[in-house]
Design a protein around this ligand. Structure first.
Ligand code: GLA
Length: 395
């Protein structure tokens, strides 16, 4: 992050110096995809890429926001007494929704603010840039107005912004990983109970690579909502036959015994993914705890196959990346990550083979898809937090 540009843009746009800086990461999900709205487990971690929010409180009730990622939109202005959704406010609806819901929850936000945002997570790449801007806004409001919010409550408000303000019916995984992340750890999250456990990610001589298809996730939100309703329909049909609250409660055997009550073949495959993926996630955690990277990698691969064939959220770009990755020397496992429909995949690769791996996957992708994929190593960093300004001014 170029902090000097952040600081000088603040001064240029708002004719004052900023006095507080906040950060929220993006996330990758190691395994457990499309399980977090099915009462299942997921296993995400926060990464070192993320969104910065540089801010200063105002004395009136004006809120001014500018993003270095969307210079064409210019400064977005609104006041504390009108925190409603405005299409033309574009990206700024995410932080606006967050301010609105924190205020509505009764926290004391008694003045406006000026904020410059800057993120180094690629937009719409499936690394949760939207949850990142929500959560950086959450910690910013908490810091500027000097109150402490239970972190899980902040995570839930972030989800509420997606669901009720933006209109995407997403689960809680992204805001959770970003709000609760810890350097060097993955988080096993049970989306039904919200119980969670940190698990150290020790891959010894292996790296996690992020492979961006550079295909923007068009129509992703409507297809995402469609998958959600397919799973809901499967659950309703299963509930006629057995007593369950969510697909995440079922074992593979229980599902196989009951699946005939789901009439539509497509809906049955969607439910199968949710059930099997949930169980795979628990097995993957066991494998990791036992230092069994080989099994962990195989489960990642199976996860991708299930997302490709049963859940149908991959597409030619993600499949090309992942299937090419599978053929490379030093590969432990590879799968798409996040919602799918474009966006990113991840691969666990032996460190010694990383350069060859990147070269081979990029050139096959370029040949088959016609444009470049971006591939780089991911580091697992901390969750949303304030950054001391004097720490960065010397960098
Ligand atoms: C998106 C959603 C998450 C989760 C994933 C798929 O990232 O925001 O809640 O459902 O897709 O696992």
């Amino acid at each position: 992050m170029n902090y000097q540009i952040l600081l000088s843009t603040f001064k240029e746009k708002f004719e004052q110096e900023a006095n507080r800086l906040f950060f929220a990461p993006g996330r990758i999900n190691l395994i457990g995809e499309h399980t977090d709205y099915n009462g299942g487990n997921c296993f995400p971690c926060s990464i070192t890429l993320g969104t910065y929010g540089l801010a200063r409180k105002r004395t009136d009730d004006l809120i001014r926001m500018y993003s270095l990622n969307f210079p064409d939109i210019g400064i977005v202005e609104f006041t504390l007494d009108d925190l409603s959704y405005h299409k033309e406010h574009d990206w700024a609806n995410y932080p606006k929704g967050m301010i609105r819901f924190i205020k509505e929850a009764g926290y004391p936000i008694d003045s406006g603010m000026d904020v410059i945002y800057c993120g180094d997570i690629p937009n719409r790449a499936g690394l949760s840039s939207s949850a990142s801007i929500e959560m950086v806004t959450g910690v910013m409001i908490e810091g500027l107005f000097e109150f402490t919010m239970n972190r899980l409550d902040m995570v839930k408000l972030g989800k509420k912004v997606e669901n009720d303000f933006i209109g995407v019916n997403s689960g809680i995984m992204d805001q959770f990983a970003i709000g609760m992340g810890k350097k060097g750890f993955g988080i096993l999250l049970d989306s039904l109970t919200l119980e969670y456990a940190y698990a150290p990610i020790d891959l010894s001589n292996h790296s996690i690579l992020i492979m961006n298809t550079n295909k923007s996730r068009e129509l992703a939100d409507s297809k995402y909502n469609e998958r959600r309703s397919e799973c809901k329909s499967a659950l309703l049909q299963l509930q006629d036959a057995i007593i369950i609250q969510s697909l995440g409660e079922m074992t593979e055997e229980e599902f196989e015994a009951a699946k005939h009550v789901i009439k539509d073949e497509t809906v049955r495959r969607r439910a199968k993914h949710a059930v099997y993926e949930n169980r795979r996630t628990l097995s993957a955690l066991d494998a990791l705890k036992n230092g069994d990277l080989k099994t962990f990698g195989e489960l990642m691969n199976q996860s991708h196959i299930s997302l490709r064939d049963d859940y149908e959220v991959t597409g030619i770009e993600l499949d090309t990346l992942v299937e090419t990755a599978w053929k490379q020397k030093g590969l432990i496992g590879a799968r798409m990550t996040g919602a799918g429909f474009g966006g990113c995949a991840i691969a666990v690769v032996e460190k010694e083979e990383v350069d060859n791996f990147i070269h081979a996957v990029r050139s096959t992708y370029q040949q088959q898809i016609g444009y470049q994929a971006t591939i780089y190593a991911a580091s697992i960093g901390d969750g949303a937090k304030e950054v001391a300004l004097d720490e960065i001014s010397i960098k």
